[in-house]
Design a protein around this ligand. Structure first.
Ligand code: GLU
Length: 292
C-alpha cells in the first residue's frame, strides 16, 4: 500500500531491507503476482500496485498473534492473511509489525501500518482517531489467577488485590473506571509481562479478554499454574483497525463475511484457540457492522 512508503521511520533497518528486497523482485504496474480478479477489490487501497501491505499484530499472544523467529501464528494472523488475500495480496507481500495496545491508534495515524488485527476492540473513543471494519470475533474481559486461587471469582472480588493489565487497553480502562476501589492496577506494556509477574507471584491477577488469557494458561511452560476465572464482564468486539481516511473498509467487511460464510472462520478458531477456549456461541461468529 502507498502508506507503507512513509513508514520508514517506524521500521527497523532489517525490516526495511527485507521490504526493499521484496519490492525489487516484483513486477510493475500490471500487479502480476496478485491473484486474478482480486486486486480490483482494493479500489485504490494499494493492492494492485504490487507494493505489499503492512499489518499490525500482537507478537506475544499465543493463539492470537505470536512471533516465533520469522514465523507468525494465531487467529489474528490467519484472519489477516485471509483478508489480505481477498484484497489481492500474496502472503509474501505481507509485512507484520508489532502493535502493542497503547500504540495502535498512533501506528495507524502515522501510516506505519495499513491495517491492524490485534485483539483490537471497536470502541467509540478509538473511532475518534481510527476506523474499524468488522467485528470478526467477540471476546469478554476476564481474570487470570493462580490455579489454586479461590478468592478471586470476578470483578467484585478484587478488593485489596494487585492486578496487572496493559496500558491503552479497554481492560485497564474498565478497571480504572468501574472497579478501581481497593484495587491496585499495575500497568504493563504487554500481557506476557503481566503473565510473568503472575507466575512469579508478584501480582494477584491479570485482566484482559478471556481468549487472550486462555492462550497463556494453555502454554506448556505454565502448565497447571493458572486458571481463567470464567466470569466475563464485558463484550469486546474485535475489529480490523484502519486509518480513518481509508477506502478499503467495505472490502475488508466483505472478506470477513466471506470468511465466516465459507467455513474458514470456524476452522481458524479450531486451529488456533480451539483447545484452550470455547468462544461465546451467542455472540460468535459476529456480523460485521456497516462502515461509517
Ligand atoms: N480487546 C481489548 C483492547 O482492544 C484488550 C486486548 C488488547 O489490549 O489487545 O483493548
Amino acid at each position: 500500500m502507498r502508506r507503507m512508503r512513509n513508514a520508514g521511520i517506524a521500521l527497523s533497518m532489517a525490516a526495511a531491507l527485507t521490504l526493499a528486497a521484496c519490492s525489487a523482485g516484483e513486477p510493475g504496474d500490471d500487479g502480476g503476482e496478485t491473484p486474478a480478479g482480486t486486486a480490483e477489490a482494493t479500489s485504490g487501497g494499494g493492492g494492485s500496485g504490487g507494493e505489499g501491505v503492512t499489518i499490525g499484530i500482537k507478537f506475544d499472544q499465543p493463539g492470537l498473534g505470536l512471533q516465533e523467529g520469522s514465523e507468525y501464528t494465531g487467529f489474528d494472523v490467519d484472519v489477516a492473511k485471509y483478508v489480505a488475500g481477498k484484497l489481492g495480496y500474496t502472503e509474501d507481500q505481507i509485512q507484520f509489525e508489532e502493535s502493542v495496545s497503547s500504540q495502535r491508534e498512533t501506528l495507524l495515524e502515522n501510516g506505519s501500518v495499513d491495517m491492524i488485527f490485534a485483539t483490537y476492540s471497536i470502541t467509540d473513543a478509538r473511532k475518534e482517531r481510527v476506523a474499524f471494519a468488522g467485528p470478526y470475533f467477540v471476546a469478554g474481559q476476564d481474570l487470570l489467577v493462580a490455579a489454586d486461587n479461590s478468592e478471586i471469582t470476578g470483578p467484585d472480588t478484587l478488593d485489596g488485590k494487585v492486578l496487572c493489565s496493559v496500558e491503552g487497553s479497554t481492560s485497564a480502562e474498565r478497571i480504572r473506571d468501574e472497579h478501581s476501589e481497593g484495587v491496585e492496577l499495575y500497568p504493563a506494556q504487554t500481557y506476557s509481562e503481566c503473565v510473568e509477574l503472575l507466575s512469579a507471584g508478584t501480582i494477584d491477577a491479570v485482566t484482559t479478554d478471556d481468549v487472550i488469557l486462555a492462550g497463556y494458561a494453555a502454554q506448556s511452560e505454565y502448565e497447571g499454574q493458572f486458571k481463567v476465572v470464567g466470569n466475563p464482564f464485558s463484550e469486546e468486539n474485535y475489529g480490523v483497525g484502519l486509518p480513518k481516511d481509508n477506502d478499503i473498509c467495505e472490502d475488508v467487511n466483505a472478506a470477513i463475511t466471506e470468511m465466516i460464510d465459507d467455513g474458514t472462520w470456524e476452522k481458524l478458531i479450531a486451529k488456533n484457540v480451539g483447545e484452550a477456549f470455547t468462544p461465546n456461541a451467542d455472540l460468535n461468529p459476529p456480523k460485521p457492522q456497516p462502515c461509517a
